[in-house]
Design a protein around this ligand. Structure first.
Ligand SMILES: Nc1nc2c(ncn2[C@@H]2O[C@H](COP(=O)(O)OP(=O)(O)OP(=O)(O)O)[C@@H](O)[C@H]2O)c(=O)[nH]1
Ligand SMILES: [Mg+2]
Length: 481
């Protein structure tokens, strides 16, 4: 990444690869406007005005080279090669917008060239911009510049990547919230409280005699308790936040013919898995991504669990067990229309914390009740995969089991594992500071712990993170962002 230089002008296609109604080439850096002038042969642009222009071909001969024989004689006719009044070829008709520094996404001069969404045309514009002095941007380099220019902090830059990567509306909302600074504000609030305590302890260092001069030990511990509460709340929020951001694996298990594949299809909303009345239909584990209560869930349908001599089915059962081991949550599907078999009883009895017993085929006459399993009625979820009854409750139950949340009116402020690890570091440092005050330690000792806590918080929003970390974070981005 050129040691994060801000001196050169970067260029990239900002719209997704492929064809589209429009395609945008973006330039950022000190030469952005002069490159745009060269590309369009215009004298200049007005900031924040859309200007209709043409991209003129700077190297017409080269452009025709490498095309199949026989096409060349068509070149030069008005139809195949549009020409400007000065006789130069037009590459594309575009709209150019200049966002003058510092009022742009990156904080540099930014020029956006909106042309037709045609890959060869877009690539040509990028190449011409490079010939005119631009350099091809690295992945995420526009956002990196926004960060280096102080337009975004690290949390916000990471939120940009999350927003682009979001697959559910809830993920997008949570990322947008962080982009707008919710987490940054929460962290700053905690840091301000820490700064206040630090300042009072530092002031008392100037006194020759020992003792907490500007804050009593009790007051200091009460302050730390309040700071710790705020960090604890963030850490709690983090559980739900991580599930929203990362998603989870949910595996459907149960005896043969219980309706696992029917339930899988109903949750996926498509007839993805084969359903038949023959027990042992599903052999391989099937996987689909679904949005369950806003959470990006990878749902796995598996082979029914039973003793079998069929080697294919036996391999299926092995795979079921493997999927169960890595899943965050298991749905144990049982058939209520048939008498309880030994497999069903064993599954329901051995269920651990991370499992929901789903009683299927509620549209049929029940052959048993939840009590027969040793469960209360409220512990199981009764559904009909055939007619959809109970699926809404099952969805909310899955979301609640995974995230610990019932509603998402308040979005989780924190969702990124890197941020959460640093919140934990800060909590540990606050714990040490509190212990030191309790043990009668001097201000110096307490101040060291407070310094550790502040550094951990600072690393979350990171006004200037280490280059390695920045490289890691920004390499997640696509080119052009
Ligand atoms: N009436 C009724 N029938 C259902 C329901 N769900 C599934 N079935 C039927 O039960 C049979 C088995 O369904 P599957 O979804 O293939 O069951 P499975 O658990 O995947 O079976 P295996 O893959 O063989 O382990 C089929 O005939 C389905 O039509 C339901 O809610 N109500
Ligand atoms: Mg099946």
């Amino acid at each position: 990444m050129n040691e994060f230089s801000l001196d050169d002008t970067i260029v990239a296609i900002a719209t997704p690869p492929g064809r589209g109604g429009i395609g945008v080439v973006r330039l950022s850096g000190p030469a952005a406007v002069s490159i745009a002038r060269t590309l369009t042969a215009r004298a200049g642009f007005e900031p924040r005005h859309a200007t209709l222009s043409h991209i003129v071909e700077a190297f017409p001969d080269e452009r025709h080279r490498g095309e199949p024989d026989g096409h060349d004689e068509d070149r030069g006719t008005a139809l195949s090669t549009p020409r400007a009044a000065d006789g130069r070829d037009h590459v594309d008709e575009v709209v150019v917008t200049w966002f003058a520094a510092p009022h742009s996404y990156t904080g540099d001069d930014v020029v956006e060239i909106s042309g037709h969404g045609s890959p060869p045309v877009q690539e040509r514009i990028v190449l011409l911009a490079m010939r005119a002095g631009g350099r091809l941007a690295e992945p995420g380099e526009f956002t990196l510049r926004a960060y280096l220019n102080g337009r975004l902090d690290l949390v916000q830059a990471e939120a940009v990547a999350d927003l682009i990567a979001a697959v559910t509306p809830l993920q997008a909302r949570a990322a947008m919230d962080q982009l707008e600074g919710t987490l940054t504000t929460a962290i700053r609030g905690i840091d301000t409280a820490l700064f206040d305590l630090t300042a009072r302890l530092e002031a008392s260092l100037d006194f020759p005699d020992e003792g907490f001069h500007f804050v009593t030990r009790d007051e200091a511990r009460a302050d730390l308790g309040r700071i710790r509460d705020r960090l604890d709340a963030l850490a709690r929020d983090g559980r739900a936040g991580r599930v929203v951001r990362e998603g989870r694996l949910v595996v459907i298990v149960g005896p043969p013919n219980a309706g696992k594949s029917s339930l899988f299809n109903a949750l996926v909303g498509a007839s993805r898995a084969i359903v038949t009345a023959v027990p042992g239909t599903t052999r391989d584990a099937l996987t689909e991504r679904v949005d369950i209560g806003g959470l990006p869930i990878t749902l796995v349908d598996t082979a029914g669990l039973r003793e079998t001599n069929d080697p294919i089915e036996a391999e299926g059962v092995v795979r079921t067990r493997q999927a169960q081991q890595i899943a965050a949550l298991t749905l144990i599907v049982l058939d209520q229309s048939e008498a309880l078999g030994s497999e069903a009883c064993a599954l329901a009895a051995n269920r651990d914390e991370a499992a929901i017993v789903v009683v299927n085929k509620s549209d049929c006459r029940p052959a048993w009740t939840a009590r027969a399993l040793g469960h209360r009625a409220g512990e199981v979820v009764t559904v009909s995969a055939a007619n959809g009854d109970g699926l809404a409750s099952l969805r909310s139950r899955i979301a609640r089991e995974l995230s610990g949340r019932d509603d998402w009116r308040d979005l989780p402020a924190i969702s990124n594992a890197r941020h959460l690890a640093l919140v934990d570091d800060a909590r540990a440092a606050i714990g040490r500071a509190d212990g030191a005050i309790g043990d009668g330690a001097s201000e110096e000792v307490v101040l060291m712990d407070l310094g550790d806590a502040r550094r951990a918080l600072e690393a979350i929003t990171g006004r200037r993170g280490p280059d390695e970390l920045l490289r890691h974070i920004f390499s997640r981005f696509c080119i052009g962002k």
